[in-house]
Design a protein. Structure first.
Length: 247
């Protein structure tokens, strides 16, 4: 590895599995000091066993008090990577108010809480980088049965641009990544819960123009770039890493 992130302190949410874990590991391998949070203690324990130098902490990013308490203990953070997310299946007619509230809390409010808690540190140190995981299912493109997911991920893109505009003068960058369908435990769970898992898997792959799913490591590679000094002139943008599905 090139150690592009050496001496950087990076906070990662949803770091126990999938994109969050792959990105935490990639940051670690590039020389960063990584603080990995997740609501799932079991996956965090596994991450710690595999990478003892990564600090792990159980954190519910949708809990304002918990976020504020944890972040108050931090002295400096160079990069915040927000990976928390939930995929609801259904149209607006199949999205109950509880589904709307849950998806909004997980996909948007968690990032609001995390960014608001970390930004004062970045302002104080006069530098910082925030990276939010959005989705190609968002303001970029509409997908069937992704009503509230696409709505909330569109909000993530708006949140990203707003923060970028508000804090660009303080040398703080904010960007988002919009993945396509990525092979992950979350994706596997959705496949397994479908009426016909075999067909569901074929359908997911068929809608990708490249004819395959993305990998969490491919998303992590873009996150490494955005977190590095190679991207110091990049802010307020959304990078699609989606195998061509949004074109």
């Amino acid at each position: 590895m090139s150690k592009r992130l050496e001496n950087k302190k990076i906070l990662v949410t949803a770091a126990g599995q999938g994109i969050g874990k792959a990105t935490a590991v990639a940051f670690h391998n590039e020389g960063a000091k990584v603080f990995a949070t997740d609501i799932n203690e079991k996956t965090l324990k596994t991450l710690k066993q595999e990478y003892p130098n990564i600090d792990v902490y159980k954190l519910d990013s949708t809990n304002k008090a918990a976020v504020e308490e944890y972040c108050s203990q931090l002295i400096t953070i160079d990069v915040l990577f927000n990976a928390v997310g939930f995929v609801h299946h259904g149209t607006i007619l199949e999205c109950d108010e509880k589904d709307w509230d849950f998806s909004s809390n997980v996909n948007v409010k968690s990032m609001y809480f995390m960014c608001k808690a970390i930004l004062p540190l970045m302002i104080k140190q006069k530098s910082g980088c925030i990276i939010n995981v959005a989705s190609c299912a968002s303001s970029l493109k509409g997908f069937p049965n992704r009503f509230v997911y696409g709505t909330t991920k569109g909000a993530v893109i708006g949140l990203t641009k707003a923060i970028a505009a508000d804090f660009v003068k303080q040398n703080i960058r904010c960007n988002s990544i919009a993945p396509g369908t990525v092979f992950s435990p979350s994706w596997q769970d959705r496949v397994n819960q479908s009426p016909d898992p075999v067909q569901a898997k074929k359908d997911f792959i068929a809608r990708q123009p490249m004819g395959r799913l993305g990998t969490a490591e491919e998303i992590a590679a873009v996150a490494v770039y955005l977190a590095s000094d190679d991207a110091t002139f990049t802010t307020g943008t959304t990078i699609s890493v989606d195998g061509g599905i949004s074109i």
